[in-house]
Design a protein around this ligand. Sequence first.
Ligand code: GSH
Length: 260
Amino acid sequence: MSMLELLQFRHSPYNEKVRWALDIKRVPHRRRSLLPGPHMGTVKRLTGHTITPVLLHDGGALDGSARIIEWLDAHHGAPALLPADPAQCEEALRIQRWFDDDLTPRIRRPVLDALLQQPGYFARIFADGAPALKRIGYACVVPLAAPLVRRGNGITGAAAIEDGHRAATEALDFVAARSAATGYLCGNAFSVADLTAASTLAVLIRPVDSPMSCPQPVARGFRALMERYARHPGAAWVHGIYARHRGARRDFDGPSEGAA
Ligand SMILES: N[C@@H](CCC(=O)N[C@@H](CS)C(=O)NCC(=O)O)C(=O)O
């Protein structure tokens, strides 16, 4: 069996979710970081769509983070991300679906909007780790790609941004309340529910010493967005889950032994 390959965006909730699943299971794989915009040709050739993450395996190319995680759980066992108990598994999948289909697309709108207002920083955050020339070239392309990124993500105006803030508060309230009893969102163990919620909220909370921490110094407009949620009790849950379960301090390109 040839080595798995993950095609990813550096800064993205769905990509972080799948990276985390690969890391926590210590699945050997290669990573290729793509840049939003120029990624389209590459990804479309492989899947027929343009969404990332994409996992390449012997049998083909998989997209859709939930499908990828289901495949990983079936092919690369422990630790299982889907709870063994059927009722808990259904509940964890329900939480995943709620984030994937509703909360996450709304939350990423104010995040991308703040980043697009600082094209240099947008380029840094997505091209982090790429050679300097590629980063500089990409910074020049970002203003041209911005309308496409806005359209593709439903950033249609002030109402869409406000709605994103409502979704962020809803998600943070939910994780704070749901984790109060056991520290976890579903039952008393880490599952795909925690993985999904924390990966989404990491785009706002940016846990330090994690693959979602920001390149420093953080651009001003983006820092203001992060500060808006920093003291929410849900933010403490995100930091705690990252500290206990993320198991990687940075992203990498190349073959991996799993967690850093
Ligand atoms: N439902 C998909 C959503 C994936 C998604 O929206 N990916 C975004 C990055 S956060 C993307 O690749 N957008 C670029 C595009 O659609 O061309 C999943 O769970 O993987």
